[in-house]
Design a protein around this ligand. Structure first.
Ligand SMILES: Nc1nc2c(c(=O)[nH]1)N[C@H]1C(S)=C(S)[C@@H](COP(=O)(O)OP(=O)(O)OC[C@H]3O[C@@H](n4cnc5c(N)ncnc54)[C@H](O)[C@@H]3O)O[C@H]1N2
Ligand code: MOO
Length: 398
């Protein structure tokens, strides 16, 4: 059995991002930039006023002086002339500073008359002026390729003059649930059967991590059904299966895929839950074979599928982010498998406290849903006591 770290390394090393595509700016949110954004515009485009008031020369702005009003320049309508000695132009926030002016007198510090303005407060040179290019200049690389675009990045690209962006395609994640006993939620359940919770869980998971989920029909426990489903997955960027990963006579994922020349990379990892994880390729399509137990499938998705979707979507490989918190209850020594223990996460005076849930069965979805974190127990970890430090993977919306 290989380690969790080695399994992640092998999966991520086998994946390449799909082709880039052009999408509208708002749709680019959450996508990974395939080409850098070089500003088409300079922002601000010229020296502009940050306030409503008057543009003038600082030398004229002595308190009590009466200056001649020679024009008005709203934002978007620059003053075409030049400000001379003793002159002011009415300006507004966003107005281009007229030629000849070197400062701004805010309107609260001036008295407006019909054709003149009286200065009430002294003014400092350059005050309230945003300089041309203060944010960026045309040609500057304002967003680098490989960046996952935040809402703020979308605003930067808009300001830089882009109506669309070139981003990596959302990875298409085909999801295949196997088993004679499962039925889609809402459909009649066979005797002794259960509702297929893995399908919707993995579809939501794939979407939350930037993928485009495609649900294949359930494959019953025959090699034929699995082989047929593998054909249906052609065109996807990854096939994720659940169930049929273990050693039972009805665990047919590998043998079904073998009909199409399945090239196994690894099977079985030193992890609990998630031991029977499968990874390989069928005709160049990466296949991640998750265990059927819903908790095992989820934990494997968190540790491997999230990173896989990220790489397929154009991001650099990166591991899950662990935090160190305080343990809330004692834990027994661990065996040779890396353990991911479902735990509640509470905020106390000492900081975050993770307390293992009493039942750790890998079929217990309610415990998984109540958990706020997975405690990572390294292989062969010694017994732990309340107050010890533990590493956790926080469980958020996904
Ligand atoms: N003799 C051994 N038996 C098992 C071993 C082992 O090493 N030796 N490993 C165990 C471990 S660990 C796991 S994990 C499971 C994984 O088995 P499979 O991937 O083959 O999964 P199934 O047997 O098909 O199903 C397991 C369990 O999960 C339920 N299931 C399956 N699909 C779904 C679904 N889509 N939605 C909800 N629940 C699902 C299924 O009904 C079973 O109860 O194997 C152990 N056995
Ligand atoms: O590894 Mo299984 O995934 O323990 O339940």
């Amino acid at each position: 059995m290989i380690s969790v770290v080695e399994a992640r390394r092998r999966i991520l090393a086998a994946l390449r991002p799909g082709a880039p595509e052009i999408v509208g700016l708002a749709q680019a949110h959450g996508r990974v930039l395939a080409k850098p954004v070089q500003a088409r515009l300079t922002v601000p485009p010229a020296d502009i006023s940050a306030m409503d008031g008057y543009a003038l020369r600082v030398a004229d702005a002595t308190p009590g002086s009466r200056l001649k009003l020679v024009g008005e320049a709203p934002a978007g309508h620059p003053f075409s002339g030049q400000i001379g000695a003793g002159e002011v132009v009415r300006i507004f926030t966003g107005s281009v500073i007229p030629a000849g002016a070197d400062t701004v007198l805010i309107q609260e510090n001036a008295t407006a008359e019909a054709d003149a303005v009286v200065v009430n407060e002294a003014v400092v040179a350059g005050r309230h002026i945003r300089r041309a290019g203060q944010d960026f200049s045309a040609g500057d690389e304002v967003l680098h390729a490989g960046r996952r675009l935040s809402v703020r990045d979308v605003a930067v690209a808009g300001a830089a003059g882009y109506p669309w962006l070139c981003v990596y395609r959302k990875p298409r994640v085909a999801i295949l649930c196997t088993g004679d006993e499962i039925a889609l939620p809402g459909e009649p359940v066979p005797a002794g059967g259960i509702a297929n919770s893995n399908a919707s869980m993995l579809m939501a998971f794939a979407s939350a991590h930037g993928g485009e989920p495609l649900l294949l029909p359930i494959a019953r426990d025959t090699e034929d059904a699995v082989a047929e489903a593998a054909l249906a997955a052609r065109g996807a960027d990854m096939l994720v299966t659940t169930g049929g990963a273990s050693v039972g006579a009805h665990d047919l994922v590998q043998s079904g895929l073998a009909r199409h020349g399945f090239a196994l990379d690894f099977w079985k990892i030193a992890m609990r839950p998630g031991k029977p994880l499968i990874f390989g390729q069928v005709n160049g399509l990466p296949v991640l074979g998750l265990p059927g137990n819903p908790v095992s499938a989820y934990v494997c998705a968190s540790l491997f599928l999230a990173g896989a979707i990220a790489v397929l979507g154009g991001l650099d490989p990166q591991g899950p982010v662990f935090e160190t918190v305080t343990l809330g209850a004692s834990m027994k020594p661990n065996d040779t498998r890396e353990d991911y223990v479902r735990a509640t996460l509470t905020r106390a005076a000492i900081g975050w406290v993770a307390t293992p849930l009493p039942v750790q069965d890998s079929g217990m979805l309610t415990a998984l849903s109540r958990a706020g974190a997975l405690i990572r127990r390294p292989p062969n970890a010694t017994a732990a006591a309340p107050g010890d430090e533990v590493e956790i993977l926080r469980l958020g919306l996904s």
